[in-house]
Design a protein around this ligand. Structure first.
Ligand code: NAD
Length: 467
């Protein structure tokens, strides 16, 4: 028996099977979790389909009220959700608290948006209007690094636009989503939101389901490609937020001591398990040694531990698979560069890795070319800024990037040459609900957040009336 339940058609139900969810800091079983069967997935989609016509007709003001009520209930249960998030995901409690309250803020943000009818031609011969209609059932698929906030990229705009949803969190972090299901059960009409869990085996069926009109997916590039293929037969709409290998480029006019803390945070926040973490850092040769030393100092001073303990800055890696992968990437990096901080797993229980800085490493190595998705940063020397931008762009990924300089105009000229969906100047990885977010190249398809993100949960309809 599990303390957690699926949410299907407004009811909390047991899974047809169960699975264990581990706490990555202790490797102990945190909870028995329901695991939905294919039949339960079908029930969830059927419930969402049945709920759609009435929800689509519900006035926007009512839908906004529901989003605000969800934000209220998240805030009211914020401490409990944050503790659970730390236990299932690993991140420090302060970060988990930030994620929970950020999730509520994302729900509230969307209540400020509308989908007004836009008149684009009002002439003697015709009146042409653009309407934004809901699509139907949305499949929302979320990864394990930010289970709540990434869900909040999807649910609020989907619901505001009049769609209904089947949400599937990642198998290693399902508990906060299931808890959310309990909390919102009576806020929404039955079937408007359904939450199911799996052991990485239902994503394909959700993607291919003929009654699902759109998949909003966040996860790896490899799985994103499977989603795209799976959606093809039914011509589903898809939004794909995928992997990244964000470059940061530090110009020669930067003060290493002053800038290193922000660079460190950009790379090591959430243990580097952030799609838009800075994953390779290009530093001008004139300040290279000093910057490497400053970053190594910060890495050595970082407190790694159980996220529930006060003072912890970096928790464990989220799961064993990622833990093993990052260790492997570090071992490989040792052959191609010099480790000046960290370099190993902590030993003992839990998926802990000391924050690792690797210098004297270059492009053409796993650590630089691949998405490491963990607490290890390669620092690469360059001499010509244009060349650094070219190297940053020579990647199949194109999610984010940043330029750091004491001269913002100089940085801006390089920023516009970056081939990524987001580019920051003197910061990295800043996201906000009103700022559209999406990847170029293999980092994704489409946009989330902001008005552009809301529009992706709608079908454009043109009404053209003769006069
Ligand atoms: P993943 O692709 O393994 O899993 C993501 C989700 O997809 C999970 O819920 C999983 O169960 C599901 N899934 C698995 N197989 C599926 C299939 N065949 N069809 C449909 N869904 C399927 O990713 P992950 O390891 O959980 O997350 C890490 C990755 O996510 C990294 O590459 C990271 O960069 C990326 N990410 C991207 C963003 C972004 O906004 N661009 C944000 C966070 C994470």
């Amino acid at each position: 028996m599990s303390d957690y339940k699926l949410l299907i058609n407004g009811k909390l139900v047991a899974g047809d099977q169960t699975m264990d969810v581990l706490n990555p800091a202790t490797e102990e079983v945190l909870a028995k979790c329901p695991r939905a069967s294919k039949a339960q997935l079908d029930q969830a989609v059927a419930a969402a389909k049945a709920a759609f016509p009435a929800w689509a007709k519900t006035p926007m003001a009512e839908r906004k009220k529901a989003l605000n009520a969800i934000a209220d209930v998240i805030e009211k249960n914020g401490q409990e959700l944050a503790r659970l998030l730390t236990q299932e995901q690993g991140k420090p409690l302060a970060d988990a608290t930030g994620e929970v309250f950020g999730t509520a803020a994302f729900f509230r943000y969307f209540t400020a948006l509308d989908l007004p009818i836009k008149v684009i031609d009002d002439s003697e011969g015709r009146k042409v209007e653009l309407h934004r209609k809901p699509l139907g059932v949305i499949g929302a698929i979320v990864p394990w690094n930010f289970p709540l906030i990434l869900m909040a990229f999807k649910l609020p705009p989907a619901l505001l636009a009049g769609n209904t949803v089947v949400l599937k969190p990642a198998p290693t972090t399902p508990l906060t989503s299931l808890k959310l299901g309990e909390l919102i059960k009576d806020i929404l009409p039955p079937g408007v939101v359904n939450i199911i869990t799996d052991a990485n085996d239902l994503g394909g069926a959700l993607t291919a389901h003929p009654d699902v009109r759109k998949i909003s997916f966040t996860g790896s590039t490899a799985t994103g490609a499977k989603v795209m293929a799976g959606a093809a037969a039914t011509l589903k709409r898809i939004t794909l937020e995928l992997g990244g290998n964000d470059a940061g480029i530090v110009l020669d006019d930067v003060n290493p001591k002053e800038t290193a803390p922000a660079l460190f945070q950009s790379a090591f926040q959430n243990n580097g398990q952030v799609c838009i973490a800075m994953k390779r850092l290009y530093v001008h040769e004139s300040i290279y040694d000093e910057m490497c030393d400053e970053l190594a100092k910060l890495a050595k001073a970082a407190i790694v531990g159980n996220g529930l303990e006060q003072g912890t800055q970096l928790g464990p890696l989220q799961n064993k698979m990622q833990f093993d992968k990052v260790k492997e990437v570090i071992e490989d990096a040792k052959k191609h560069g010099r480790v000046i901080a960290g370099g190993a797993a902590q030993g003992g229980t839990g998926y802990f890795i000391q924050p690792t800085i690797v210098r004297d490493i270059s492009d053409g190595t796993r650590l630089v070319d691949e998405e490491q998705f963990g607490p290890v940063l390669p620092v690469i020397k360059y001499s010509d800024p244009e060349d650094a931008v070219a190297r940053a762009n020579a990647s199949p990924y194109g999610l984010g990037g940043s330029i750091w300089s004491s001269n913002p105009d100089r940085a801006y000229k390089l920023a516009v040459q970056m081939e990524s969906g987001s580019v920051w100047v003197n910061k990295h990885a800043e996201l906000a609900p009103n700022i559209p977010f999406g990847g170029s190249k293999s980092s994704g398809l489409g946009t989330e957040l902001g008005e552009e993100g809301l529009a992706e949960f709608t079908q454009l309809q043109v009404i053209n009336v003769a006069r």
